[in-house]
Design a protein around this ligand. Structure first.
Ligand code: NAG
Ligand code: NAG
Ligand code: NAG
Length: 259
């Protein structure tokens, strides 16, 4: 059993913006799902979207950039299994998504849900943590600064979607996200563990780094869920702004699709 509370905010979120992109931007690559080369086209299109989300989309003020991505506060509670923990991460900054490589983009031709495969060579998460509990057999109690560096992340993202129509445009409503990932390494540092008992802090950090794989495996369900929740917020901001028919010109009308 676990729960996650998210307080996600992005720089510039308070600024006003127009409701959606009324004229298609030139950088947006449009594909046709009936085209036999749709998958290659869609991969390029989503890669372009990542590029633009890094430098910023003109008129779209909900997200200035995804690199660095600022997260206000994430609270994680998990009561059972190898990880039993109460923790929070605040004022977090996530860097690395500028180098996201879109490996594959599949769109289901029946319901238009997606399966996206991403590769991110290096991510760094920095912030302030509060933690009480244990991971594997290691007790962890403390609060202070922390950082995490997952290496070579392969992310599979599956999204459930519902289409809706506005002003003659079709839009995606993302109703669910499912994330799985693998990584080839994880470095981390938790400052001020055990309220400043330096010897314990250093030996525990060393142990966590030396045993990064079981540590990362134990944390995976909860981290995947956290990433899913964050992505749900981000993707909905993006796709309530960009009409789906700018990405897939022959996308079905919701009235036709749902009857
Ligand atoms: C987490 O916090 C809850 C409520 O404050 C408490 O009941 C629980 O024992 C805590 N769990 C751990 C692992 O510290
Ligand atoms: C999107 O779906 C959610 C439920 O997942 C719903 O509450 C919301 O009203 C929907 N938004 C639009 C614009 O259809
Ligand atoms: C990620 O996926 C790529 C391409 O499928 C593969 O070559 C690589 O070994 C994978 N890396 C990890 C860490 O799983």
């Amino acid at each position: 059993m676990f729960s996650i509370t998210l307080f996600v905010s992005f720089i510039g979120m308070c600024l006003a913006q127009s409701e959606y992109m009324t004229v298609k931007d030139g950088w947006l690559k449009t594909c046709q799902i009936d085209d036999p080369n749709f998958e290659a086209c869609s991969r390029e299109s989503i890669q372009g979207l990542f590029r633009q989300l890094t430098t910023g989309i003109e008129g779209f003020t909900a997200i200035d950039t995804i690199d660095p991505m600022k997260l206000n506060r994430i609270k994680i509670f998990q009561g059972e299994g190898p990880v039993s923990i109460n923790s929070s991460l605040s004022k977090a900054s996530v860097t690395g998504f500028a180098n996201t490589e879109v490996l594959k983009s599949k769109v289901n031709p029946i319901d238009y849900s997606w399966e996206t495969y991403l590769f991110v060579p290096k991510i760094r998460i920095e912030g302030n943590y509060h933690m009480q509990g244990r991971i594997l057999v290691i007790p962890l109690n403390g609060h202070g600064k922390c950082w995490f560096e997952p290496k070579n992340m392969n992310i599979t993202l599956k999204t459930k979607t519902h289409l809706y129509e506005k002003d003659g445009h079709v839009f995606y409503n993302i109703t669910g996200t499912q994330v799985d990932y693998t990584l080839s390494g994880l470095k981390l540092r938790l400052d001020n563990l055990f309220d400043g008992v330096k010897v314990l802090e250093d030996s525990t950090n060393q142990y966590l780094n030396e045993n990064w794989r079981p540590v990362s495996d134990a944390l995976k369900p909860i981290l995947a869920k956290t990433i899913e929740d964050i992505l749900l917020v981000i993707l909905n901001k993006v796709f309530h702004y960009i009409p789906a028919d700018y990405l897939i010109s022959d996308i079905a009308r919701p009235s036709t699709l749902y009857g």
